[in-house]
Design a protein around this ligand. Sequence first.
Ligand SMILES: *Cc1c(COP(=O)(O)O)cnc(C)c1O
Length: 426
Amino acid sequence: MHTNKLALLGGKKLIESQFPLYNSYGQEEVDAANRVLRSGVLSKFIGAWHEDFYGGPEVRAFEAEWASYFGAKFAVAVNSNTSGLMAAIGAIGIEPGDEVIVSPWTMCASATSILVWNGIPVFADIEPETFNLDPKSIERAISPRTRAIVVTDIFGHPADMQAIMLIAKKYNLMVIEDAAQAPGAKYHGKYAGTLANIGVFSLNYHKHIHTGEGGICVTDSAEFAERMQLIRNHAEAVVAGKGVDNISNMIGFNFRMGEIEAAMGREQLKKLNRFVQQRIDAADRLSAALSMLDGLQVPIIKPGCDHVYYVYPIILDTKHLGVAKFKIVDALIAEGVPSVMRGYINLHLLPMYQQKIAYGRSGYPWRDGEHISKVSYEKGICPVAEDMQDNSMFALGLCVHNFNNVEVDLVISAFRKVWDNLAYLR
Ligand SMILES: *Cc1c(COP(=O)(O)O)cnc(C)c1O
């Protein structure tokens, strides 16, 4: 009789324990939050031209420390990465109908931040090695209406920014870098997030470091920093007093970060390096073992790059293995492997893009009076990203649990058990 039967087929589950959740905050953050609570100043922003337009002391100190750590001239703290992307797209001056190239293989806010300013997201395909935007595909997606590119450093590996910035220069495009998943990753000596005109980081509770909810933008441009500060804080009510001449996209929001979050963020930043190293150590241990398995590709790291493993992506050669991706994924989940991602959505396949319905019912901004945008969101426009989702890619979320050595070794044992039993899944 077969003694090591897969849990999926009625055998005993290999991982019985629940791994504790990853948590990047401790006593230092509790003390910082208490310090703010005792001060009585939980926020100091005023949405008018006034010395408190820039926020309270913790927000300003957090911004200065973040800018200094990452080697950027300016940092602008906001209440989420989503808000930060919206502020960034507004700051670079996107106009209604402008096209902005973006990856289909990213979190949805990378693209909705374009729609918020009535820009048109245009999806380019990804590279199979890093899942980041493919510069060749970007160049093919450029039209006379293209104004910018939103580049995500997906899963924690920096995008090919040298090639992308060259394309941007050639076609006079602005570039926003969504570094939500790659804080602390270096690219040829510079931090991810600082490689474009504006970079945006997330501080939500499932990222490497967090403040509950939060985000922060970095830039070397004083003009973009000012425009993001305005969009963060009710720009339309401030521009007259501040004497701002360029009032395009000066529709302001309330994207302000509170003092408690900023105080916690300052402590989290001190720990970033340590938490990133823990993800790298777990990933290295996984890769050493999983790279021995047939038909399985562990994460690829390009020369000059770090991978900080927000997510640990795996590619299967399912033709070679003779088993469908979702069968293998189901078998691993049944063995008790935690934080398995079954794939990653392709944004262009979401209903909003498929039906081109965003504002109201008439198809704006794709349909704008007489003008009808020809941009396509049909299945097939991004063959690499679509095939990854349908056939070959799945992942482990490395910021979901601590993944100490004991836990990593259990995960490895579960993979080995499934691979030993692939014949039963065919
Ligand atoms: C998490 C994430 C966001 C959104 O961040 P929030 O702070 O939750 O708004 C945007 N882009 C990417 C790539 C992300 O991973």
